[in-house]
Design a protein around this ligand. Structure first.
Ligand code: NAP
Length: 235
């Protein structure tokens, strides 16, 4: 039996990924920074819940103890993320972004997955088929963001794409360091969730497809990739 932990799974893409992995037979831990929201989501899904704030060492350490006591971990989905939009759904562009804004976004989107992956490494190393999925973004692609006319090049924000480019580098370095694990970054596509004020053009069912696919990789699957549903994306 495969046991999977998804961070930020109380709603959005994480919740939908949890639903699909439960249906595929995984034992799923719904990670949620708010314990009650996590319990409610897990109850709807037939999953387990664990309080987990990716910015908080003590919370992550407690989550490791819970998951270890529950039998260990095979698949970690680093899904929790923020875009930090303003009151009118706007993102801070180059003229307005501050170091504090960058720090806030990196704390969740970059230091979060590093904190969580580092803490769960001992459990993943005990698995016969360890898998890590880092939920990145198409906006992480330096190639696309700098390609005139590409939809990604029209995005004005600084902190969010920079954080996801960092996630991609973290993914590449971890994948080389742990060849016995499948460690990949994925781009779900522009999906209607609270993250973007529900302006996304895809459903969460469509957005979760690539997360679910990469979470279900077997040991002969790819590692160190950055992909969407159509295949590899340029870094
Ligand atoms: N939607 C898109 O178009 C899109 C496109 C590309 C990539 N992504 C990525 O997909 C992932 C999921 O986003 P989403 O679109 O599903 O957004 P969402 O509906 O806003 O869900 C984000 C989840 O992350 C959780 N979270 C935020 N900060 C956290 C923290 N410090 N600790 C633990 N959990 C935390 C949220 O919990 P609360 O409910 O407590 O806030 C929520 O469960 C993110 O990494 C995002 O960058 C999304």
């Amino acid at each position: 039996m495969t046991t999977t932990l998804i961070t930020g799974a109380n709603k959005g893409l994480g919740f939908e990924t949890a639903r699909r992995l439960v249906a595929a037979g995984h034992t799923v831990y719904v990670g949620s920074r708010d314990a009650e929201r996590g319990r409610r989501a897990a109850a709807r899904l037939g999953a387990r819940s664990v309080q987990l704030d990716v910015t908080d060492d003590a919370s992550v350490a407690a989550a490791v103890r819970t998951v270890e006591a529950g039998g260990g971990l095979d698949v970690l989905v680093n899904n929790a993320g923020i875009e930090a939009r303003g009151p009118h759904n706007e993102v801070a562009g180059a003229a307005d972004v501050t170091a504090d804004m960058m720090r806030e976004v990196f704390e969740t989107n970059v230091f979060g997955p590093v904190r969580v992956t580092h803490a769960f490494l001992p459990l993943l190393r005990r698995s016969a088929a360890p898998v890590v999925v880092n939920v990145s973004s198409g906006l992480a692609s330096l190639t696309h963001v700098t390609e005139p006319g590409h939809p990604a090049s029209a995005y004005p924000g600084v902190a969010y794409p920079a954080s996801k480019t960092a996630v991609n580098m973290v993914t590449a370095q971890y994948a080389k360091a742990f060849p016995e694990m499948r460690i990949n970054a994925v781009e779900p596509g522009f999906t209607s969730t609270d993250l973007n004020g529900n302006t996304g053009t895809q459903t969460v069912q469509e957005g979760a497809d690539i997360i679910v696919r990469m979470a279900r990789l077997t040991p002969d699957g790819p590692t160190g990739t950055f992909t969407d549903t159509s295949g590899p994306l340029p870094w």
